[in-house]
Design a binder for this molecule. Structure first.
Ligand SMILES: O=C(O)CCC(=O)C(=O)O
Length: 263
């Protein structure tokens, strides 16, 4: 349960770290399912590395990160998280009572060589009108600074959209926002970081001997409409996770014509 103080912290800093949403048995099952999904996909020779492009990594060692979008398409256990009562109540504490899915993605940073993320805002990937867009990162392992835990520049969500230095990867100038000057948010297995899509964030390399495992849920108020037709085809995008969609024609939120159901 999110307290009014945590909601205040979210508004002030652009993020909160929440504990106790999932039980230990739930986290055990979710971690097992995540490991199995990644193992199946790697065994199927799917390319899972999602290390970002750009000059930001010129001085860093070669790294990799295993990624899977739309985790609920691979496992009913993960699909059930989408409407998990305590989880979606935590999301509703920051968006308002109605919570809509944008997309989900898993990241496993392998030991000793797990890729960093340069500092960025998520805004340019899927800009919206009301800026209710937020993400919740569920930790399926501990995440220490040595493991490349999630890092933020607190309060930067109040700066609005910032200039980026890479056309596709949309990261910020690393001289202005270096990864090693950001505030690390170490997390324990089961903890959830919730942050606004305007918050400057990223993470460092996993240099530890343990994998860092996370699954991110991106969500919004359903009346917060995209301003560009970007990132609109993710699995289950538009699904209501909690509450209702008050729009009379919800499909138009994604800029696509309302489907005409004939059968
Ligand atoms: O998982 C992380 O450390 C950062 C992920 C991230 O910044 C993103 O997916 O936008």
């Amino acid at each position: 349960m999110i307290t009014p103080q945590q909601v205040q912290q979210y508004q002030t800093n652009g993020f909160i770290v929440v504990s106790g949403i999932f039980t230990i048995p739930e986290i055990n099952e979710l971690e097992q399912e995540l490991d199995a999904i990644i193992a199946r996909r790697l065994a199927g020779k799917v390319h899972l590395d999602a290390t970002w492009d750009g000059d930001w990594k010129n001085t860093l060692p070669k790294t990799e990160i295993f990624h899977t979008h739309g985790i609920q398409a691979y496992s009913a256990t993960w699909a059930r998280v989408l409407t998990h009562d305590r989880f979606t109540a935590a999301l509703a504490a920051v968006t308002g009572p109605n919570v809509q899915l944008h997309h989900t993605k898993a990241f496993i940073k392998p030991p000793e060589k797990g890729s960093a993320f340069p500092m960025h805002q998520d805004y340019p990937y899927f800009p919206h009108t009301k800026h209710t867009m937020a993400a919740a990162i569920i930790h399926l392992s501990d995440a220490t600074p040595e493991m490349g835990c999630f890092c933020v520049y607190p309060g930067t969500h109040k700066l609005g959209p910032l200039p980026t230095v890479h056309e596709r990867a949309h990261y910020l100038d690393p001289a202005q926002y270096p990864i090693d000057k950001a505030t690390p948010l170490p997390a324990q297995r089961g903890d959830i970081v919730i942050f606004n899509y305007l918050l400057v964030h990223g993470s460092d390399i996993n240099r530890s001997t343990r994998p860092r495992k996370t699954v991110l849920f991106q969500f919004r108020d359903p009346t917060d409409c995209p301003t560009k037709n970007l990132h609109t085809s993710s699995h289950a995008q538009g699904l209501m996770l909690r509450g209702i969609n008050p729009l009379p024609d919800p499909y138009n939120v994604t800029g696509t014509p309302t489907p005409k159901e004939t059968a």
